[in-house]
Design a protein around this ligand. Structure first.
Ligand SMILES: [Zn+2]
Ligand SMILES: [Zn+2]
Length: 332
């Protein structure tokens, strides 16, 4: 047998699956694209045809207009060229999938983005044994160990109740993080209306249509200051410090992101209450996942590849870094 995975070719703008003549999460328009999930650095508009879960296609429809999409459910497979293509849950955001490729007696799993912690808005990550595991490494340094999500949400609620004359304004990515935070708050008994920036409205509504109940949400725009005292308001990170937020009653500025582990990042955004809540695997989750998947080779994308490659070598797993471009922190 020759080198494993000869039929998978990493290019700067995506992973090309030659016997399927298809690209995974390409950063430029391609005739055929297999998409792991709806974040902007993975799902882009303009492809000829798209294979993805129904939820991911619905998210892409909202963001880019109607897709020429073929929905593939979790656990189902579809034949693309000479490759059997399957989608299994990645636990990252609603509809997120690892893509399982079977060809020539080899199995390659492309994780996309993933995490192992419970997320009430999406199906949990499924360990899929394979020959080559292509993993992300956004938080691929031992220093990144995310705290318990529940304790971060408790800190938010505690702060809210401690200063009833203020509001807590939380920056959260529009796809995934915002809805997860809302569900986590509901799960901890916060039944009050939650106010949202207009930019979160369409995706919150879509989550509800797809069966994720978010409780009472109200648009924050145009609401009198008095009504917003003692309330939680969610906005995209970009709106935290802009003119929009100046009309709010003395907001406690918070942000929910894995990067809040780094104080400097919190300071850059004037975040008073950093909440370390991430939709990506931390170091322990990355290494645990590689152990459980037990692949012959690990290919690493998307982040701090070097430390994880070293860890693999120390554990007698062959590893290489793929240098893909265009993946950003949109979705941490
Ligand atoms: Zn990503
Ligand atoms: Zn993502």
């Amino acid at each position: 047998m020759g080198r494993l995975g000869k039929w998978i070719e990493p290019f700067p703008d995506g992973i090309y699956v030659r016997p399927a003549d298809a690209w995974i999460d390409p950063s430029s328009p391609k005739p055929t694209a297999l998409i792991t999930h709806g974040h902007g650095d993975h799902a882009r508009g303009g492809h000829g045809q798209v294979f993805a879960t129904a939820e991911t296609l619905a998210i892409m429809d909202v963001r880019y207009g109607e897709q020429a999409g073929t929905p593939v459910g979790y656990g189902e497979t579809v034949r693309v060229g000479e490759v059997e293509v399957g989608f299994v849950p990645a636990g990252h955001v609603l509809g997120s999938a690892q893509i399982v490729l079977d060809h020539a007696g080899e199995r390659v799993v492309v994780s996309g983005d993933y995490k192992r912690r419970p997320d009430p808005t999406c199906a949990p990550f499924v360990v899929t044994p394979c020959d080559i595991f292509i993993t992300e490494a956004t938080f691929g340094l031992p220093v990144f160990v995310h705290p318990d999500t529940g304790s971060e949400v408790d800190r938010l609620l505690h702060r809210l109740h401690a200063e009833p004359e203020r509001c807590v304004l939380v920056g959260a990515y529009a796809l995934g993080k915002a809805q997860r935070l809302i569900m986590e708050l509901r799960g901890r008994g916060h039944d009050e209306p939650i106010y949202i920036h207009g930019a979160l409205e369409r995706l919150c509504r879509l989550y509800e249509e797809l069966g994720v109940p978010l409780g009472e949400l109200r648009l924050a725009t145009g609401v009198p200051k008095e009504e917003l005292k003692g309330r939680i308001i969610l906005c995209p990170p970009g709106a935290l410090n802009d003119r929009w937020s100046r009309r709010l009653p003395d907001p406690v500025t918070a942000m929910a992101s894995g990067w809040m582990r780094i104080r400097q990042r919190a300071r850059q955004r004037n975040v008073e209450l950093p909440l370390v809540i991430s939709d990506h695997a931390d170091w322990d989750e990355l290494t645990r996942t590689i152990r459980e998947v037990a692949p012959t080779e690990v290919w690493i994308t998307h982040g701090r590849e070097e430390a994880l490659r070293h860890w693999c070598m120390m554990h007698q797993i062959k590893a290489r870094e793929l240098n893909l471009v265009g993946y950003e922190d949109e979705d941490d």
